[in-house]
Design a protein around this ligand. Structure first.
Ligand code: F6R
Length: 365
């Protein structure tokens, strides 16, 4: 049931600190601040030359963030595909390498077909699924379950952040196995993961501000989302979420791509949501914001206190998120991104939990 919420989506957004915390506890020894996978993986990360990640929709954006984490923390090349492309492009996979599949339902037809293709190529398969009895779970060599609980809203929210938690834990585990991370690094990163549920709860406090902002966004025909690094896949997720439940057209770009085309769209009627925690690419993103501001675009900045102080650009609204380890920011910044889509849809009066033309589980291609 919806408890005291108007929609399942609202309930599921608010549940995230709890379910991400449960997922954390499955993969991280919270007290010892060490990664502790619940079982030994049937492969050695040192033998893996390349990882492929495959999923659809929101799960693919979780995979995209996972790619950045695995490459940065474990120094292993990762290829990311949407399943509908992967299954037909006959990707050459090296026997003994690793393929990761991400799916809330575990029943998505294209992701399942991609898994079967990978298995036939002799690679190790890990699935990150929310439904442990699902077909994808049953057919994968290893299952890393997300403990999001049943997700009823068609738009994925809590499954996404739980997928991120699993991928973050896996990336740290991989980095440790491959000798890229020291014991100290592991403790520092595990400590940052342990903090996430509390930070997510703090991020929920932006809701009133976002509700107000949503009234402005609801007047727009198009919205642009920008981000760099792991904030780029989160921008993609923000645009998808807004499109699917509010039916407002939204697009996401890597902030550095702005001047390669999308900047032509910028005028006074174009809200630009910039996702920019104060990290090592922050200054670069600020220069993109200046380009937007110079053309009259309305900036909505999601950042932390330091970013808000350093951003030398006037924004329509700045949403200040808690200070945190920037590397794991997508889990916390997902909250305002989801809330913005949700409240915009509520203002638009759409059917938030059952958006038109969409199904919760896409079992046909
Ligand atoms: C977006 C959304 C879809 C799903 C996609 C994959 O909010 O819900 O994009 O993420 O259909 O579904 P699963 O994860 O069940 O494979």
């Amino acid at each position: 049931d919806k408890a005291n919420y108007r929609h399942f989506m609202a309930k599921e957004i608010h549940e995230q600190p709890e379910v991400v915390g449960q997922t954390l506890a499955r993969y991280v020894d919270v007290a010892a601040e060490r990664i502790a996978l619940p079982f030994k993986l049937p492969f050695d990360f040192n033998e893996i030359q390349r990882i492929s990640i495959t999923a659809c929709g929101t799960a693919s954006y979780a995979g995209y963030v996972g790619k950045y984490w695995l490459e940065q923390l474990a120094r292993v090349p990762v290829e990311l595909d949407v399943a509908s492309e992967f299954r037909y492009r006959e990707a050459p996979l090296r026997k003994g390498d690793l393929a990761i599949f991400i799916s809330q339902s575990g029943e998505t037809a294209d992701t399942l077909a991609a898994l079967r293709y990978a298995k036939a190529q002799g690679v190790h398969t890990v699935s990150v699924v929310n439904v442990p009895t699902s077909t994808i779970a049953r057919e994968s060599e290893t299952v890393l379950q997300t403990l999001a609980g049943p997700e009823i809203g068609v738009a994925s929210t809590k499954a996404f952040t739980c997928q991120l938690m699993v991928l973050a834990s896996l990336a740290v585990a991989a980095g440790k196995s491959r000798g890229e991370l020291s014991d100290q690094d592991e403790t520092r990163l595990a400590h940052s993961l342990v903090e996430i549920p509390r930070l997510m709860a703090a991020a929920l406090a932006t809701e009133l501000q976002i509700e107000k902002l949503a009234r402005e966004i609801a007047k727009s025909r198009d919205v642009l989302y920008l981000g760099r690094g792991t904030s780029f896949p989160l921008a993609l997720e923000g645009a998808l979420k807004l499109k699917e439940i509010s039916y407002i057209h939204a697009e996401a770009y890597a902030a550095g791509e702005l001047k390669h085309g999308p900047i032509a769209l910028i005028d006074e009627s174009m809200p630009v949501v910039v996702i920019a925690p104060y990290d090592r690419v922050f200054e670069k993103t600020v220069s993109n914001m200046q380009e937007v501001a110079a053309r009259g675009g309305n900036l909505i900045l999601l950042t932390d206190a330091e970013g808000a102080a350093e951003a030398t650009v006037d924004s329509l609204v700045t949403i200040v998120l808690p200070d945190m380890a920037a590397i794991f920011a997508p889990m916390v910044y997902a909250i305002p991104v989801q809330l913005l889509a949700y409240h915009t849809a509520v203002v638009m009066g759409t059917d938030v939990d059952q958006p038109r033309n969409l199904a919760k589980s896409v079992t046909v291609e």
